[in-house]
Design a binder for this molecule. Structure first.
Ligand code: NIG
Ligand code: FE
Length: 411
């Protein structure tokens, strides 16, 4: 056999459902990589013979290999921070009150409009490095802090640049319909519709022309965009060939998830207020449920997403950071795994699926990443742990030893 590298003295959490063990586990395993792909995996005892002098052999010292982690929902390109609003909330103001008083998303918009691309790139790279240090090899990044054509394009270009300059793959999402821009507020009741006109008629075509977004998203909520406005944006995005997803049912139940399901969305995200009809709808459409424990924690929410119903209907559950300056300043995937278990009562295996195989589905990348299987991209992590549950169990320690991205060992 001629391979580029071989890993031995490892256990593998393949996350492959066709391997019946928990975590799709192969203990005492081995794995081989060729041309950036996984070309062989199985029991060490069954490893075919290969030229051990010509092939780099990595010894895992009995640790565990998992797929490279995937953070399927972030807003990590932004300027400024909102620590002042954190203080206000601790004095009793609510997230909605702050948003309605002109703070919230709009204050980050101001900072992003003022920042240039180099500054945004630098801030975002620093955050991406933090995620990569905990094993993230694929990340989704949304725009949505520009709310005008120029700034939305700027944020998406920075996200694309990050992907081009970092070993972490970046999936980009256009979230122009994130909030109503301050300059539209004077239009009163017509403001949201008028802004959606701009999003649909100018922003989406410009984003598509530069191929800046893989997907489009909307904040469907009573403090943002209603169902009709949401549908206009999502269908326009689909016409331009983008995948769609939705911030839905975070603060109330507007029925956004049912709409997203009807349109064939890849995911609905947040969904604390999702009811059984909504769960049924997303189960039927194969839409993933993206759970964001960081926002739940930081906003001190008490309404839990309907985890039991999601399980009952077999909806793929994803865990993501929602990393953003307002509702989830959480830049730690390992801490998030723990939060998914302690706050949402996921099992450690469900939590790990949420940042591997299911996260890949939410990004439409399930045929290349998220599972360790022959033919998949060689994206994986080696961890100094004795059982995969350890990844969700402890926090503040980082057991990551090595990362392989598309067959390249990253030091
Ligand atoms: O995903 N829900 C809407 N958007 C973000 C919050 C953004 C912000 O507050 O800056 C979220 O939680
Ligand atoms: Fe979000």
């Amino acid at each position: 056999m001629s391979w580029d590298q071989v890993w031995i003295d490892i256990n593998i959490a393949t996350m492959d459902a066709s391997i019946s063990e928990a975590y799709g586990a192969i203990t005492d395993g081995a794995l081989a990589v060729k041309d950036g792909k996984i070309t062989w995996l199985g029991k060490r005892s069954e490893l075919p013979s290969f030229d051990a002098l010509a092939t780099p052999v990595y010894h895992g010292k009995g640790g565990w290999i998992t797929p490279g982690l995937i953070d399927a929902h972030t807003h990590l390109v932004f300027a400024g921070n909102r620590a002042n609003e954190f203080e206000l909330r601790l004095q009793g103001a609510s997230y909605e009150e702050i948003a309605r008083a002109g703070g919230g998303i709009v204050s980050t918009v101001k900072a992003c409009r003022e920042a240039d691309e180099a500054e945004l790139f630098d801030l975002a790279r620093h955050r991406l490095n933090a995620l990569a240090k905990e094993g993230v090899t694929t990340v989704e990044i949304k725009s949505g802090y520009g709310l005008d054509l120029e700034t939305e394009l700027k944020l998406l270009r920075v996200a694309r640049e990050l992907g081009a300059h970092h070993h972490v793959d970046v999936a980009t999402t256009f979230l122009g319909a994130h909030a109503i821009p301050p300059e539209f507020k004077a239009l009163g009741d017509c403001a949201a519709d008028a802004y959606v006109d701009l999003v649909v008629n100018e922003m989406l075509p410009a984003v598509a022309a530069e191929q800046l977004a893989d997907a489009a998203d909307v904040f469907c909520e009573n403090i943002a965009f209603n169902l009709e406005q949401t549908e206009r944006v999502l269908t326009a995005a689909q016409t331009l060939g983008m995948d769609i997803k939705l911030h839905a049912e975070q603060l109330s139940n507007l029925g956004g998830s049912e709409l997203a399901a009807r349109l064939g969305a890849k995911s609905v995200d947040h969904i604390e207020y999702l009811d059984e009809a909504g769960v049924k709808a997303i189960a039927q459409s194969g839409t993933c449920a993206v759970l964001l424990p960081g926002a739940f924690y930081f906003l001190r929410e008490t309404k839990l997403p309907p985890i039991d119903l999601l399980r009952q209907y077999g909806v793929p559950m994803v865990l993501a950071s929602d990393f953003n300056p307002g509702s989830s300043p959480l830049c730690s995937t390992l801490l998030m795994l723990n939060m998914g278990c302690t706050l949402f009562r996921l099992t450690p295996e469900e939590a790990l699926k949420g940042v591997t195989c299911n996260a890949a589905k939410a990004l439409g990348r399930e045929h290349s990443v998220g599972i360790i299987r022959e033919g998949m991209q060689a994206d994986f992590c080696l961890w100094n742990i004795t059982t995969p549950a350890e990844l969700a169990y402890s926090y503040g320690v980082n057991p990551l030893v090595d990362v392989v991205k598309a067959g390249k060992v990253i030091h």
